[in-house]
Design a protein around this ligand. Structure first.
Ligand SMILES: Cc1cc2nc3c(=O)[nH]c(=O)nc-3n(C[C@H](O)[C@H](O)[C@H](O)COP(=O)(O)OP(=O)(O)OC[C@H]3O[C@@H](n4cnc5c(N)ncnc54)[C@H](O)[C@@H]3O)c2cc1C
Length: 567
């Protein structure tokens, strides 16, 4: 089975301890049951029970400590972290979020040259601590250049931290927070450690209404010494961006977990609800919504698995992950919103009921596109790669499925966060040519039309500064990257049931999405007459095959009895 079924684990785990911990995490949530899960959500109860479980089992310590700093079985292994990401999203965003911000908090620490700070963090993690990442500020949003948290020098190797931070997850309970600021006077960037239990740390409030604690805090001349400094200058700036590179990859998995649970609930409800003497799933439009939702979800997971392969295989010479991770963030999470929209159109009023998982999913799925930089910020990043990707491919050795037991050390040694437009990619053409499904063929034509658009009607410098225009070109390009990795991953997932029918169904959706964005481009006020004409050449009608649609629908319908969370 390709989608997560928590009670029938099918994901390859490289070692017994990893498998045991993932299964125990599932066991924790199933023992808790849906009634308690929902009550804690509605009461906005802090998830102390989950953190106790994690402490007891050394869950976060085992999964999030690089091998040299930890005990038996610890390593940072993106493959197994994906499995836990998916399970935590499956049971609820708050549980995933506390793990996610711990990851973000640990990033600047594991990247730091300060060995004592690394060992201190490893000890606290081993003792069950959680962590947090203090980057955002209330006034500055995505504009981190304007950070105004300051370290004021106070004599030999001592400083006083002054300023406030906003939207900082785990800010209430973290063992340590990695905080980003500037040196007073010089403006040099700096990352330093903060202990929320210190009297000079003021926890102002939780700025969100949730089980998660997303803190506003103020540092009132909080004392910092050299031992607390993680990095300075360019290294601190790179640590901020390189940590977000790690974190943004995870976001897609939360969406995948959420959508998978919501799908089980929605199909079960619709298949068992009878209207006018028939099941709701007998309506043609309901089948289409479910089939589209399923195809989108399978594509999300295929992409995520393949992006992990590139992330784990990255090096200073192979930085392709710097494109694939923002696509994971921006595309997979917005696809998650579409999946929930499709399912909600089917289950209608049921999606508001307070004892369903769905009600949480419908709310929480919206968060993922907005964390670690918005969708816009990530598309603006993605377009920097477009020229080399489409027009200047380079040879690379093939990247295999990376489900091996390895410590992903490169994540903490990514190097300077600059030079993006110089990054090269392997040629996408052979990947698309390897599939003869009719909708893949149509998609190939759409890629050719996009390339023609870019060559014959290259966006001008003025258009490149028009973010509204740029975003729609970025959406079209993103679809090409997304579709390519979906195909690469499908070729590696035949044993999990990914067949030609599934691929063609996914591309039925992708062809329609491409056409929709092309129409959007056609309507942009800034488009020139040639661009208007060429954008229409990208539109295709997908190839319909009743047999294939029916076979895929039957796979979706069979999920109606597949899984239900313990009450
Ligand atoms: C629940 C939650 C938890 C969070 N947890 C943390 C955390 O633990 N640590 C942390 O540091 N931060 C955290 N954040 C902050 C999060 O990373 C920010 O929300 C995000 O960086 C965007 O900032 P903003 O929402 O203030 O949007 P703004 O920066 O105010 O953006 C406003 C608009 O401008 C657009 N925009 C901005 N810059 C660009 C650009 N360069 N190109 C194109 N468009 C642009 C945006 O897309 C958006 O539409 C959290 C946020 C939330 C909601």
């Amino acid at each position: 089975m390709f989608l997560l079924h928590p009670k029938v684990p099918s994901r390859h785990c490289p070692d017994a301890r990893s498998r045991e911990l993932v299964e125990k995490t599932v066991g924790f949530f199933e023992a808790k049951g849906k009634t308690r899960l929902r009550k804690d959500d509605l009461d906005r109860a802090w998830y102390a029970d989950f953190l106790d479980f994690s402490r007891r089992e050394k869950l976060l310590a085992t999964f999030l400590t690089p091998a040299p700093l930890g005990g038996e079985g610890t390593r940072w292994d993106t493959w197994r972290n994906c499995a836990l990401n998916e399970v935590l999203g499956f049971y609820g965003l708050p549980y995933w979020y506390t793990w996610q911000v711990t990851i973000l908090g640990l990033g600047p620490i594991w990247m730091s040259g300060n060995g004592d700070a690394r060992r201190r963090a490893a000890r606290l993690l081993e003792a069950g601590g959680i962590f947090g990442f203090g980057l955002s500020e209330k006034e500055h949003g995505a504009d981190i250049y304007s950070t105004d948290m300051e370290l004021v020098p106070a004599g030999e190797g001592r400083y006083l931290a002054r300023g406030d931070k906003y939207y900082i997850g785990n800010g209430n309970e973290a063992a340590l927070l990695s905080v980003f600021g500037k040196m007073a006077g010089t403006g040099e960037y700096v990352f330093f450690l903060v202990d929320p239990k210190h009297p000079k740390f003021e926890l102002v409030k939780n700025v969100v209404a949730s089980q998660s604690y997303v803190a506003e805090f103020v540092l009132h001349d909080y004392p910092v010494n050299e031992a607390d400094i993680l990095s300075r200058g360019q290294a601190a700036w790179d640590a901020a961006l390189n940590t977000v590179n790690v974190g943004k990859y995870n976001l897609g998995w939360a969406s995948i977990g959420i959508c998978t649970h919501a799908l089980y609930e929605a199909v079960r409800h619709a298949a068992n609800r009878r209207l006018y003497g028939m099941a709701v799933t007998d309506f043609a439009h309901v089948r289409r919504l479910f089939t589209d939702g399923y195809a989108r979800l399978v594509a999300m997971k295929l992409f995520a698995l393949r992006a992990s392969d590139y992330f784990r295989s990255a090096s200073r010479e192979d930085r392709r992950y710097l494109l694939f991770n923002p696509v994971m963030k921006m595309k997979v999470t917005t696809e998650g919103e579409k999946v929930i929209d499709h399912l909600w159109d089917v289950i209608a009023a049921k999606g508001f009921e307070k004892d369903t998982y769905f009600e949480m999913a419908a709310r929480d799925i919206r968060a993922l596109p907005k964390l670690e930089g918005t969708v816009h910020v990530n598309i603006a990043l993605i377009v920097k790669f477009m020229k080399n990707y489409l027009f200047a491919p380079a040879p690379f050795p093939p990247v295999p499925r990376r489900d091996d037991e390895a410590d992903d050390t490169f994540l903490w040694d990514q190097g300077p966060a600059s030079g993006l437009s110089k990054i090269r990619f392997h040629d996408p053409a052979p990947v698309f040519a390897a599939w003869n499904q009719p909708n893949v063929a149509l998609f190939r034509e759409q890629i050719a039309a996009l390339k023609e658009f870019l060559v014959r009607a290259t966006p001008s410098e003025e258009q490149a500064k028009d973010v509204d225009f740029l975003l729609v070109v970025g959406e079209l390009f993103t679809l090409v990257v997304y579709a390519q990795l979906v195909l690469e991953s499908a070729a590696l997932s035949a044993a999990q049931g990914i067949d030609g029918d599934t691929v063609d169904q996914i591309f039925d959706v992708l062809v329609r999405d491409f056409s929709r964005h092309a129409l959007d481009l056609h309507a942009k006020p800034a488009a020139t007459p040639t661009q208007v004409e060429l954008s229409l050449k990208m539109i295709r009608r997908p190839a319909f095959d009743a047999g294939r649609a029916d076979r895929v629908w039957r796979t979706v319908h069979a999920l109606k009895d597949a899984y239900e969370m313990n009450p």
